[in-house]
Design a binder for this molecule. Structure first.
Ligand code: NDP
Length: 352
């Protein structure tokens, strides 16, 4: 373990105001670290107020501007840092131009951050926020481990998954070939939910908001491997602090089908307040019907549905538990806390 009091320089968190990153910033500040965070636009102070008002932020958080699309944008941000947690990456399923909107910022941005780290001379470790997307893009019953790589995605099939796979591969190949002076650890979270510090609806929350705002009236044969955002943040901090951490870490707590989530919500009174999905399309006849209906969705959503409907998603999370000591929160509790939080921020639509 590194000695927190002895760590030199601030810890850099890229994309610091994002859903996952803001929890990482909160955990680092609460552990006593100095934190430097990058955001795209420093003048949009309202977008960052949830991190600049965190306990300890006044004294130990500084924000700097950096965009993944700008060459050498991270040089100043990285200067003097020993640890860099690179979370920034576009997280959108449906985009107009997958190469421009997803692949280029994800891959070039990651390489840009790594080049800045190599140039700084002070960096000892980079923790990269990768994804399940770099492990697999389909629910095929295979028990996924850190040895698995997503080989199926492309610009025309699950392009967000493609961008994350290429970005992680580019990072490993960068540290593999150059004498950078730092090592790399990748965190591969699955479906991240949990309370949002900033109150924005993250892409991964949209399935849950869809349950109450009428966008998803049906129960689909979908299974989600969930993980609480606070556990994802802890995994990043542990991956940074433990000298023996290495390689990739699957970070997922447990799977729930859409039906299990709806049942959980109903059992906890949500059905009395909101019109929850009730038409079951998760049976033998429902799956082909929902696959037909998926064809009219935008291409990213369609790809996702086609590769996940009717399938089961399995994973082995033993590495992160044994090597990083991660103890996962109860996923049903996280689902309910997420719903409470989404309601508090006004994202759940009209009540009955
Ligand atoms: P958010 O959308 O909340 O965060 C994404 C962050 O990336 C934001 O801070 C955003 O900045 C920043 N970003 C996007 N494009 C650029 C750019 N061109 N230049 C600089 N910064 C940029 O999503 P999450 O917190 O969920 O995602 C964080 C990371 O976790 C991503 O790498 C994502 O792929 C990964 N991930 C997320 C999962 C999930 O279920 N949420 C699952 C697995 C991995 P801005 O605020 O300015 O838009």
């Amino acid at each position: 373990m590194i000695d927190r009091a002895e760590s030199r320089g601030p810890v850099l968190v890229t994309g610091a105001s994002g859903f996952i990153a803001s929890h990482i910033v909160a955990e680092l500040l609460s552990a006593g670290y100095r934190v430097r965070g990058t955001v795209r636009d420093l003048t949009k102070t309202a977008r960052h107020s949830h991190i600049t008002t965190l306990p300890g932020a006044d004294e130990r958080l500084e924000l700097v501007a950096a965009d993944l699309r700008t060459a050498a944008a991270f040089d100043d941000a990285v200067a003097g840092c020993e640890f860099v947690l690179h979370t920034a990456s576009p997280y959108q399923i449906d985009v107009d131009d997958p190469q421009r909107d997803l692949v280029e910022p994800a891959v070039n941005g990651t390489l840009s951050v790594l080049e800045s780290c190599a140039g700084a001379g002070s960096v000892r470790r980079v923790v990269l926020t990768s994804s399940v997307a770099a492990i697999t893009d389909r629910a095929d019953g295979h028990v996924n481990t850190e040895a698995d790589w997503n080989t199926r995605s492309s610009l025309t099939r699950n392009p967000y998954y493609f961008s994350k796979t290429l970005a992680e591969q580019a990072a490993w190949s960068y540290v593999g070939r150059s004498d950078t002076g730092f090592d790399l650890v990748a965190i591969n979270p699955f479906y991240v939910i949990g309370p949002s510090l900033g109150g924005e609806v993250n892409t991964s929350h949209r399935s849950l908001t869809g349950f109450t705002n009428g966008k998803v009236p049906v129960i689909l044969a979908i299974e989600w491997p969930f993980v609480d955002v606070r556990d994802v943040a802890t995994a990043h901090v542990q991956a940074m602090e433990r000298p023996d951490a290495g390689g990739r870490y699957i970070v997922a707590a447990g799977t729930r089908t859409m039906r299990q989530v709806v049942d959980l919500l109903r059992a906890n009174g949500w059905g009395d307040r909101y019109r929850l999905p009730s038409i079951g399309l998760d049976g033998r006849i429902g799956v082909p019907i929902s696959k037909l209906a998926a064809r009219v969705q935008r291409s990213g959503t369609r790809d996702y549905l086609m590769s996940h409907l009717g399938g089961v998603m399995r994973f082995d999370n033993s590495k992160v538990r044994s090597e990083l000591g991660l103890e996962f929160r109860d996923i049903d509790k996280t689902i309910l806390e997420t719903m409470d939080d989404l309601e508090r921020w006004g994202h759940l639509g009209k009540k009955r």
